[in-house]
Design a protein around this ligand. Structure first.
Ligand code: 5GP
Ligand code: ZN
Length: 104
């Protein structure tokens, strides 16, 4: 998606503090952190919201959770929240699926 900010970070067209990258996903710091650790995990495939998942996309969503768990351990989070905001009424402002890792 040409006008998607997270696709631009994935393509390295705009900078981000990258914490993890593999074939399927990218993880980078949220620009406005809401806790000590605030990392966004995004599939490399552009999917607008969780509500738009198609058959097979659940694999990458499971992968995001696995990587989030590993990053929480790496950054020594005592506890953490994993959050998907789905839809503008729930506060979603970037329409490329992302998992918030909020750790303390
Ligand atoms: P949402 O409310 O859509 O679930 O969360 C979007 C998140 O993306 C927000 O926490 C916001 O701070 C973050 N964000 C928005 N634009 C950028 C950006 O250009 N770079 C980074 N690293 N984070 C961004
Ligand atoms: Zn995108």
């Amino acid at each position: 998606m040409d006008d998607c900010i997270f696709c631009k970070i994935i393509k390295k067209e705009i900078p981000g503090t990258i914490r993890h990258e593999d074939e399927h996903c990218l993880a980078f710091d949220d620009i406005h952190p809401k806790s000590r650790i605030h990392i966004l995990l995004v599939p490399k495939k552009h999917i607008a919201t969780i509500a738009d998942l198609e058959e097979g996309d659940e694999l990458v969503i499971g992968h995001l959770v696995k990587i989030a768990k590993e990053l929480a351990k790496k950054f020594e989070c005592k506890g953490y929240q994993l959050v998907f905001n789905v839809g503008k009424e729930a506060g979603q402002i970037v329409f490329h699926v992302h998992l918030h890792l909020l750790g303390n």
